[in-house]
Ligand binder design. Structure first.
Ligand SMILES: [Zn+2]
Length: 486
């Protein structure tokens, strides 16, 4: 299949874009050797990933027909046609490209991973009712290290299975989140949550800031896949002084911040009543945007605020499913993109989604903008695919590291199977990735050059153990909830 040679946007490259790493190049430029260097064991690279199409998401949106990617030591060495890559490199392992599309791993810019264990515990409620009467009390009662370990592992299982390679998390016991990420092989920005109320891991804002500093001390520079950051919850759960203190600590420790921003009509009104201005104007007024910021949601930015987001290089994370389910509103994504704002995509927690499927987020992001603006051209498939990959990397501050398949970037790469009947016929690969593909189509997942899922076989997480642990804990939660509700 995929024999549509007349497909749009397909480039056939005759030269390999690579060569930044002459060390690994073939013997053509080297002194004559007894054997071709590519055959010598010491010149063997780790991995070649082949695909009928390689969708690079690089600056020129190159798509390589019958392409391949060479990977060694976690790094992308080269991308080109399969013939070129195979002629140049000898790999210990090759992932077959038959019926496979190769693309960058998906970046989930906003999640509360361990909330997978609260999936479906309270649905069909408004944000503040849902938070104050269900989620916060349930968290104080049930969330401990064990909850976070099991819930995060369950989330990582779901994300790897669905082709997500990086996620930005905001939850409690961030040490435990980071330990799970370290073991399962994903890439993550892990936030230490800061909130001014009794939470599962702190008493108040000051306590959570101190614990956050200890977390950042432990994890900064510890593992290149794990970036510790601060996660102040929102401006209705923290006051101006507390928010300024978090930014000061983030600046002092050289880390970024992830926060919920301009999410709901409630927040908009609260901000006007409390601070005398809208949410983003308030953050700007206290200097909170003076440093790397990932802002989840941004549903209600004003025309004055959108240029502030662009100027301050705030990474906005659009969460269409969560915004629709809680009826938070429709984020003006197309307008923000047009104004030069960096916009990525996220799932939010599984308690407000109720899954971690980035394919669904891509599709909904496109459809929601179209119907909101009554304009089908307003957000294209290729723009949405970028929001989930290269644009998401830029929004989260990882643009130099991941988000596209280019020599020199870390090898976070997935293979999507195109042999399911819902992909037949295939005229346009990009269209299919956004409007057809789902998480079940993801065949293999590579993060930092390591294969985490090979042909749907999960290699770093014991699926049966995680499911059993999650179900056992859910049984306890359900029993306690029933007792409380009696
Ligand atoms: Zn959230």
């Amino acid at each position: 299949m995929c024999q549509n040679a007349g497909m749009k946007k397909v480039y056939r490259r005759t030269t390999i874009i690579a060569a930044t790493l002459a060390l690994f190049a073939c013997s053509q430029d080297s002194p004559p050797a007894a054997e071709p260097a590519a055959n010598a064991a010491e010149d063997q690279i780790d991995l070649i990933i082949k695909g009928e199409y390689v969708v690079s998401m690089d600056g020129s949106a190159s798509v390589y027909e019958n392409g391949a990617v060479a990977v060694d030591d976690g790094l992308i060495l080269a991308v080109g046609t399969a013939d070129e890559i195979i002629a140049e490199y000898n790999a210990a392992e090759t992932l077959s490209g038959e019926n496979r599309i190769v693309m960058p791993g998906l970046i989930n810019g906003h999640s509360h991973a361990a909330m997978t264990l609260l999936r479906g515990v309270a649905d069909d409620l408004a944000l503040m009712d849902w938070l104050n009467n269900y989620i916060f009390p349930a968290e104080v009662q049930f969330v401990d290290r064990e909850f976070v370990r099991i819930g995060t592992e369950l989330a990582c299982w779901e994300m790897i299975r669905g082709g997500t390679t990086t996620f930005v998390d905001m939850y409690y016991f961030p040490d435990t989140v980071a330990e799970v990420v370290e073991r399962c092989g994903m890439r993550a920005m892990v936030s230490a949550t800061v909130i001014d109320q009794r939470s599962p891991d702190a008493e108040n804002a000051a306590d959570s800031i101190n614990k956050g500093i200890a977390f950042i001390d432990r994890w900064k520079g510890e593992n290149s896949r794990i970036t510790p950051i601060f996660g102040p919850h929102a401006n209705y759960t923290l006051n101006a002084e507390q928010l300024k203190a978090v930014r000061a600590a983030a600046t002092e420790y050289g880390v970024g911040i992830s926060i919920h921003m301009s999410e709901s009509p409630f927040e908009l009104q609260y901000s006007k009543d409390t601070f005398g201005m809208t949410s983003i104007e308030f953050y700007e007024s206290i200097g909170f945007l003076d440093g790397p910021t990932i802002a989840a949601h941004v549903v209600w930015p004003t025309d004055v605020e959108i240029p502030i987001l662009a100027e301050r290089k705030v990474g906005v994370i659009h969460n269409p499913t969560s915004n629709m389910k809680i009826a938070s509103g429709i984020s003006p994504v197309a307008k923000m993109l047009q104004a030069g704002v960096r916009v990525g995509l996220g799932t939010d927690g599984a308690a407000s989604n109720n899954d971690l499927d980035m394919w669904e987020e891509m599709r909904l992001a496109a459809l929601l903008q179209k119907v909101d603006r009554m304009d089908p051209t307003v957000l294209s498939a290729s723009t949405v695919l970028a929001m989930a990959t290269s644009g998401g990397a830029l929004a989260t501050g990882l643009g130099e590291t991941v988000g596209s398949i280019e020599a020199g970037k870390r090898a976070d790469i997935i293979q999507v199977a195109f042999d399911d009947v819902h992909h037949v016929p295939t005229y346009d690969v990009i269209s299919h990735l956004v409007y057809v593909s789902d998480e079940q189509d993801v065949a293999s997942v590579v993060v930092d050059g390591k294969v985490l899922m090979r042909e749907r076989e999960m290699l770093t997480i014991d699926t049966e153990r995680v499911a059993a642990e999650a179900n056992a804990l859910a049984t306890k939660i359900q029993a306690a909830l029933e007792e409380r509700n009696q």
